[in-house]
Write a protein that binds this ligand. Structure first.
Ligand code: SAM
Ligand code: SF4
Ligand code: SF4
Length: 419
């Protein structure tokens, strides 16, 4: 008789400990080194040869098996192998899904932290209007399903409406404009409604004083808030982003409260990335940092299998800047994967750099590759890279205190053991 994990329970080995991923309940259980070794032995050797199955009281391994069975993680089996569950279909490696078009790097604001270093004087765009139109068609043909016009301030691009109309004609399922919303007038609202455009915008505070200090544009808060009200009234799908830095770090709750009052979808405010003007260390928040990675971890069949092939955040995405550079993400400013003024989008999709970005799994990362949580844990690669002194794309996730070699979390409250 063998004792085996159920086919929906996957054993993942780390350098020291292991983890059982229960793809039905979505829980991830941590197990220590000897439990890991025991379960590996159970795969090869009948239980009777490993422990005294009739011992009374039960041996500690007998109790461990009971615990696994009670949690429906394992079962007795006369066979050495149980039938495997086939993994779900995972996207094709070259399939494009989401595309950012950074149609201008000019902006009427001059935000302190701006990663594109946008401002009213900046005009280095090189991609022509007909090239943008063609890219919208090419990206759709290559599988693109969702598109976002972004900048700089995309509404400063004089023919932005033509780009939306083109995307609608190409049947994109989702079209979003990421705008500071200061230039939205009634005609824009009518247009968004007509073409079912989604809007994303940014606020940095619940008051003009702080918001306008971040944007360095007096009056910008009033304009953005007026536009938000108009968008809400017209029922245009809207989400609000927010970025925290030293000057507005106490605005996390006020922003969340304001958005709840406005009835607008809000992502919890994020911290500035050290890119572009955001590299200025003076801007870093003093107290408010991104939540560290801690257990419990969760899993499901799609993420478990996909995490072994693809980067969960980057897969299928690319950004094209106003100078034609193709990046795996708007934040990955120093990971240019090609330039659409020199190569076709189709060729760039097959370029090693982009493919490597899409397939940067945790198996490729320093430290994480030896961690048993690696298929249940995700991070922001451009952020990890920009915080690494060597600027290494494969640097370990920075906001994690786990040491897979000792099996210990630096913060003792994060210690999660089993057995
Ligand atoms: C570059 S802006 C372009 C769209 C528009 N101009 C706006 O500000 O909403 C897109 C988003 O990136 C954010 N952003 C800019 N620089 C950043 C940085 N260094 N770190 C994190 N987010 C940043 C902005 O706050 C904004 O929410
Ligand atoms: S963050 Fe947006 S609004 Fe601010 S300067 Fe950059 S592009 Fe302009
Ligand atoms: S960030 Fe890396 S080391 Fe930390 S828990 Fe996730 S996979 Fe493990």
């Amino acid at each position: 008789m063998y004792y085996l994990l159920h086919p929906h329970c996957k054993l993942v080995e780390g350098a020291t400990r292991g983890a059982i991923y229960d793809l039905y309940t979505h829980k991830v259980y941590s197990i220590n080194a000897s439990a890991l070794a025991f379960l590996k032995d159970c795969r090869e050797t009948p239980l009777e040869e490993l422990i005294d199955v009739n011992a009374q009281p039960k041996t500690s391994w007998g109790n461990f098996i009971d615990e696994l069975s009670n949690k429906q993680l394992g079962t007795f089996s006369p066979e050495r192998r149980l039938a495997e569950i086939p993994p779900p279909a995972i996207e094709e490696p070259t399939a494009l899904d989401f595309i950012w078009l950074e149609i201008t790097d000019a902006c009427n604001n001059r935000c302190l932290h701006c990663y594109t270093e946008s401002c009213p004087e900046r005009h280095s765009a090189k991609v022509t209007h007909s090239e943008w139109l063609s890219l919208i068609s090419q990206a759709r043909r290559l599988g693109g399903r969702a598109l976002q016009l972004i900048g700089g301030e995309p509404l400063l691009y004089d023919r932005w409406r033509d780009l939306v109309i083109k995307a609608v004609a190409e049947n994109y399922e989702f079209i979003e404009i990421f705008t500071n919303a200061t230039l939205i007038d009634d005609a824009c609202i009518e247009f968004f409604k007509q073409y079912r455009v989604h809007i994303a915008t940014t606020i940095y505070a619940d008051n003009a004083e702080i918001h306008d200090q971040v944007t360095a544009n007096p009056g910008s808060f009033a304009l953005t808030m007026t536009a938000i009200e108009k968008l809400r009234k017209a029922n245009i799908p809207l989400r609000i982003a927010s970025i925290l830095m030293k000057i507005n770090e106490d605005q996390f709750h006020p922003i969340m409260k304001l958005c709840a009052k406005l009835g607008v979808e809000v992502n919890p405010p994020d911290i500035i990335r050290p890119t572009g003007r955001g590299q200025n260390k003076e801007l870093l928040p003093v107290n408010h940092f991104t939540a560290p990675i801690t257990p419990p971890f969760y899993t499901d069949p799609q993420t478990f299998f996909s995490a072994q092939k693809n980067n969960p955040c980057l897969m299928g995405k690319l950004a094209i800047t106003s100078t034609g550079d193709v990046l795996p993400c708007i934040f990955a400013r120093n990971r240019t994967c090609g330039n659409i003024l020199e190569s076709s989008l189709e060729d760039i999709l097959l370029e090693k750099m982009l493919q490597q970005s899409w397939h940067t799994t945790k198996d490729c990362l320093e430290k994480c590759r030896d961690c048993e949580y690696r298929y249940a844990c995700s991070d922001c690669r451009p952020l990890a890279q920009s915080l690494d002194s060597r600027n290494n794309w494969y640097a370990a996730t920075y906001q994690c205190s786990y040491d897979p070699y000792s099996g210990l979390w630096q913060n003792p409250t994060e210690q999660h053991g089993h057995t």
